[in-house]
Design a protein around this ligand. Structure first.
Ligand SMILES: *Cc1c(COP(=O)(O)O)cnc(C)c1O
Length: 361
């Protein structure tokens, strides 16, 4: 069996060890005689799996005790709506930093609920940078400030945490959560769909400060109220049990690697390898300002887009898949999440060198 290097932006590659363990436990989890998929979510076996996953996530991110961890469904996209429903707390507005495709979606979905103020934007330079906080113009009546920590499509990442004083900071961390340590106490709410850097699609994680729960709009739909899920340990209804189990195995894998500080070092090493090559190349190019480049998603273009198909075909022959850029921007994109081994990045750079040499004659 040959596994490919999968550079997909999401659903994305998972650690091989995790997949092997899941395979070994598929028919009989820990002598229970059942697959995790078949277990009652209210039985003691499954309850222990979910409790362990939460405990490991709390340990990895050092989540303070006054924060709830919610295991939800609906993707980060449903959070674009649940956040205003729950966090406006009677205020008329929320502030947004517009850094690209995902920020724009968060803004659009908040608009039916409030005045969505764009207090900073990178649109002037085609979303190629993270606007410095000195340029932000926060409004007086905003219930929270929302930003996208990593623009999965544009490849722009914040390598700093905004300071918002008493105004809760809300962050879409879908594509860089668990890629480095974060100080959770600086945030009111962090959310992430699992399928980029955590586990299978279908699970969404929300980490929310307790005082922000229970202040939703009047008579919110039960399932869209954080309080419902917080009060029921994410078991108000059936949670995405198998996704939570796999996420739990990924959390254990991260702990075994040495935790998020070790993972961050590896991610820096992998990203540097690729960006250093891109900067030296006169054939390939990355459009993002150096200090804001994403360690997770690396978009790049070829000198001549007529060569895109040949590049992708050659990559496939070398077992490197999903390098095609997002349909909205074209070009290429290499997603190099936690689970992408450095060997994958080395193989990609070697191939890019070879391709450049062939076409630079
Ligand atoms: C993928 C992604 C989303 C959307 O996630 P879904 O789970 O498909 O709803 C939102 N924000 C960011 C930054 C993403 O990468």
């Amino acid at each position: 069996m040959a596994r490919v290097f999968n550079f997909s932006a999401g659903p994305a590659t998972l650690p091989e060890e995790v997949l092997k363990q899941a395979a070994a436990e598929m028919l009989d989890w820990h002598g229970s005689g059942q697959s995790v998929m078949e277990m009652s979510h209210r039985g003691k076996e499954y309850m222990s799996i979910q409790a362990q996953a939460e405990a490991d996530l709390r340990e990895l991110l050092a989540i303070p005790a006054n924060y709830k961890v919610l295991f939800l469904q609906g993707g980060a996209t449903l959070q674009f709506e649940m956040i205003p429903i729950n966090l406006l707390r009677g205020k008329p507005a929320a502030d947004f930093v517009n850094t690209g495709e995902w920020a724009k979606k968060a803004i659009k979905e908040a608009k039916p609920f409030c005045q969505a103020n764009v207090i900073a934007s990178a649109e002037d330079k085609n979303f190629s940078y993270a606007p410095a906080q000195s340029t932000w113009k926060p409004s007086k009546d905003a219930a929270y400030i929302h930003y996208t920590a990593n623009e999965t499509i544009g490849g722009v990442e914040f390598h700093w945490v905004p300071k918002t004083g008493d105004v809760p900071l809300v962050c879409d961390m879908s594509s860089n959560i668990l890629s480095k340590p974060v100080d959770v106490s600086k945030y009111g709410l962090i959310y992430a769909g699992a399928q980029k850097n955590i586990g299978p699609a279908g699970l969404t994680i929300v980490i929310v400060r307790e005082d922000l729960i229970g202040q939703a709009v009047p008579t919110p739909p039960t399932m869209l109220d954080y309080k419902t899920h917080a009060e029921n340990d994410s078991m108000f209804n059936t949670p995405p049990t198998y996704g939570i189990y796999i996420a739990g195995l990924v959390f254990q894998w991260l702990k075994k690697q040495g935790g998020l500080a070790v993972i961050e070092k590896r991610n820096i090493e992998k990203a540097n390898l690729l960006y250093d090559f891109l900067d030296k190349s006169s054939f390939f190019k990355n459009p993002v300002r150096k200090e804001d480049r994403s360690r997770m998603n690396v978009p790049f273009t070829l000198k001549d887009e007529a060569l895109d198909d040949e590049f992708l075909k050659g990559a496939k022959e070398r077992n490197m898949l999903q390098l095609k850029g997002h349909r909205s921007v074209g070009g290429m994109r290499a997603s190099i999440y936690n689970a992408m081994p450095i060997e994958g990045v080395k193989a990609l750079v070697a191939y890019m060198q070879e391709f450049e040499a062939k076409h630079s004659k």
